[in-house]
Write a protein that binds this ligand. Structure first.
Ligand SMILES: Cc1cc2nc3c(=O)[nH]c(=O)nc-3n(C[C@H](O)[C@H](O)[C@H](O)COP(=O)(O)O)c2cc1C
Length: 182
């Protein structure tokens, strides 16, 4: 099974990146979890450019998502919403349709006690508009700085929650494959 992670933060020490990397480590042997690293290289979304032919970085993003059985988005909350770089990437995917019916888990990690739940709500709304199957196991991680140490999950409860998210991604991907007769 192929899982792709998208981290909506460009920061080297990103908490959300650490969450995504921790999720990748928790995957079982039958699953390959890779991070999409091209977010910073995407041009700003421009519909005229899309109609003329999407540029190579956009085609790469679309191909990565098309090949994924499920997607995990880990995104910070900036000014009560998802990060601009993530929204830009999602705008490029609307026209491609790669997330239609695709299982997507949304995780937001924040130092705040709210865990970035407003960004999760917004990301969920956008993804649903795009036709994605946003999983109910999606979650926010409050006080994330206290639960992640040196790029690893230092909190047993968070580790179990992430395992639950991954299990839901796998179950949804299997259901989708069965429905499509794959
Ligand atoms: C400009 C700016 C706006 C922010 N707005 C919010 C916010 O609305 N809600 C929140 O929980 N955290 C907010 N934060 C804090 C981020 O959640 C925090 O910096 C987080 O660590 C960023 O994610 P990352 O660690 O994955 O890069 C903001 C930070 C910055 C720099």
């Amino acid at each position: 099974m192929e899982f792709v992670g998208i981290v909506g933060s460009l920061r080297a020490g990103s908490l959300n990146r650490q969450v995504a990397l921790a999720a990748a480590e928790l995957c079982g042997p039958g699953t390959r979890f890779t991070l999409y690293e091209g977010l910073a290289g995407l041009p700003y979304f421009e519909h005229d450019v899309e109609l003329a032919g999407p540029p190579a970085p956009v085609l790469e993003l679309r191909a990565r998502l098309a090949a994924a059985d499920a997607v995990l988005i880990a995104c910070p909350e900036y000014a009560a919403g998802m990060s601009g770089v993530l929204k830009n990437a999602l705008e490029w995917v609307v026209g491609g349709g790669e997330l239609v019916d695709k299982p997507v888990a949304v995780v937001t990690a924040s130092p705040a006690v709210t865990g970035g739940e407003r960004a999760r709500a917004w990301t969920t709304e956008t993804l649903r508009m795009m036709g994605a199957d946003v999983l109910p196991e999606s979650m926010s991680v409050p006080k994330a700085g206290t639960k992640l140490k040196d790029g690893r999950v230092a909190d047993g409860a968070l580790r179990e929650q992430l395992r639950g998210v991954l299990a839901a991604m796998e179950a949804a991907a299997l259901r989708r494959a069965a429905q499509r007769g794959e």
